[in-house]
Ligand binder design. Structure first.
Ligand code: ADP
Length: 475
């Protein structure tokens, strides 16, 4: 461990007191939103009673969610550093490999110690190791984990929120956590800490480049552009490796060539496989989103596209943002047909340009099918089936299955009609994308370069020009 951290009591938790934790918000870059969200916690820890008097809702548990190496631990330490309070840290995996009862008693000890040092922060890394929903897995060793989890829940309910202990936990799998952990009064705040975008990468590089002597030819913005998919930890590692190259070459400054070699080394190292995969996935996503966006721009009734991005947010890989032109629901037949085409655009672009399809399209597919089904069976929008309602969604599933009120023969006609709508819209999208290959390619390249493009850049591409440089602040 780092100097200043020490073990105490029976708890395996390490405490770092306010004098040797020097991490502040200035050390955490490229995640301004997350910093803003935790700022309130700093205010609270600085002066719990004053915070209460001002009427602030007292925070208790914060869950940081994001891939490894994105700065969740760093941010938790920075909260403690900014507020100048002690920081206790333990990893969820420390709890689980123990004899029955030990994990639970460690949790108890840790909270007891923390309360003595309040206001303070308890940080639990990899909380999913203990916090997986109960009953998951195959019994056996699970008893211990469940006891530990139960103890954690008891502790979180047991201390007064005003006692000044804040529990921060980190995970990259919020979806596997026991729902009990996320209830009000427990980890009821979630802060997303995602992979940094291009500007975030530049800022993170700048933070770490401050620590080494850097040559005049080194450009953080160029390095940021060449490191898509790198986490904060990857970028810190890049600066470190570059410094090692420079040292081996007996240089006094770290130069761009050292960074280039370091990047090659990282790409070829054990990390390589996941990075190459990330890069491939990024390219697929760029084509997929360009497919949606180009179709949305070409069809007359579709809402304007104001932004397209391949920055991963939450669980979606990318997004095409359309703003409705007027404040109406998409209730018109033409518009609904176009929506189906837009939904198909992503998948077709993958087919045409990548030659293989990702699972990213499966949700688009089910949405398109649902829309077509509603048009035929509920909205009376099919020419051949007429304006009759064939299915009442309110009754659907009431007795466990769909209520069958129509004959087998009619059902077949309904299915055929849905199929025909989908086929027609699919063919339309495919033709449009084939006729506009250059635009899809251009948009994909712009997305790979900038990750997010705005309405002006999209319009440039659709007009057949090169997109203008992004406005500052857009990314
Ligand atoms: P996580 O807890 O999300 O797995 P860490 O906080 O442990 O990631 O990050 C490991 C190291 O990577 C940090 O100590 C820091 O050097 C670097 N790092 C990660 N994210 C950032 C960031 N947003 N800004 C600056 N450095 C970062």
């Amino acid at each position: 461990g780092k100097g200043g951290a020490f073990s105490f009591g029976k708890s395996k938790a390490r405490m770092m007191d306010e004098t040797n934790n020097t991490v502040t918000f200035a050390d955490v870059a490229g995640c301004d939103e997350a910093k803003e969200e935790v700022n309130e916690i700093v205010d609270f820890l600085k002066d719990p009673t004053k915070f209460q008097k001002l009427g602030g809702r007292i925070p208790r548990g914060v869950l940081m969610v994001g891939p490894p190496g994105t700065g969740k631990t760093l941010l938790a330490r920075a909260i403690a550093g900014e507020a100048k309070v002690p920081f206790f840290s333990i990893s969820g995996s420390d709890f689980v490999e123990m004899f029955v009862g030990v994990g639970a008693s460690r949790v108890r000890d840790m909270f007891e110690n923390a309360k003595k040092h309040s206001p303070c922060i308890i940080f639990i890394d990899e909380i999913d190791a203990v916090g997986r929903h109960r009953g998951a897995g195959m019994g056996g060793g699970n008893d211990e984990r469940e006891q530990t989890l139960n103890q954690l829940l008891v502790e979180m309910d047991g201390f007064e929120a005003s006692s000044g202990v804040i529990v921060v936990a980190a995970t990259n799998r919020a979806d596997v956590l026991d729902k009990a952990l996320l209830r009000p009064g427990r980890f009821d705040r979630q802060v997303m800490v995602g992979l940094p975008d291009i500007r975030g990468r530049e800022q993170i590089l700048n933070v770490h480049m401050r620590k080494v002597p850097i040559g005049a030819d080194v450009k953080a913005d160029i390095l940021a552009r060449g490191t898509p998919g790198f986490s904060g930890a990857d970028l810190a590692n890049l600066v470190n490796e570059a410094a090692l190259f420079a040292a081996r070459r007996s240089k006094r400054l770290v130069e761009m060539s050292d960074f280039e070699d370091a990047k090659d080394k990282i790409y070829m190292g054990p990390e390589r496989k996941s990075m190459v995969m990330r890069e491939e996935e990024r390219r697929n996503t760029a084509y997929h989103e360009s497919g949606h966006a180009v179709i949305a721009k070409l069809l007359p009734k579709a809402d304007p596209v104001h932004k397209v991005t391949i920055m991963p947010r939450g669980y979606a890989l990318g997004l095409t943002w359309q703003l409705p032109e007027h404040d109406v629901l998409s209730g018109y037949k033409d518009k609904m047909l176009e929506e189906i085409s837009i939904l198909f655009g992503g998948r077709i672009a993958e087919e045409l340009f990548v030659g293989q399809m990702s699972t990213g399209a499966s949700n688009d597919f089910s949405r398109a099918t649902k829309l077509a089904r509603s048009m035929v069976t509920r909205f009376g929008m099919s020419d051949s089936m007429g304006v009759m309602v064939y299915e009442d969604s309110e009754n659907e599933g009431f007795f466990g299955g769909a209520t069958k009120t129509i004959s087998e023969a009619t059902q077949q006609k309904v299915d055929a009609e849905i199929r025909s709508i989908l086929d027609t819209q699919y063919a339309l999208s495919r033709r449009l994308l084939e006729e506009n290959r250059d635009k899809v390619e251009k948009m994909t390249r712009a997305l790979l370069d900038w990750e997010t493009i705005d309405a002006d850049q999209i319009n440039d591409i659709m007009a057949g020009h090169e997109p203008r440089e992004p406005k500052s602040g857009v990314l």
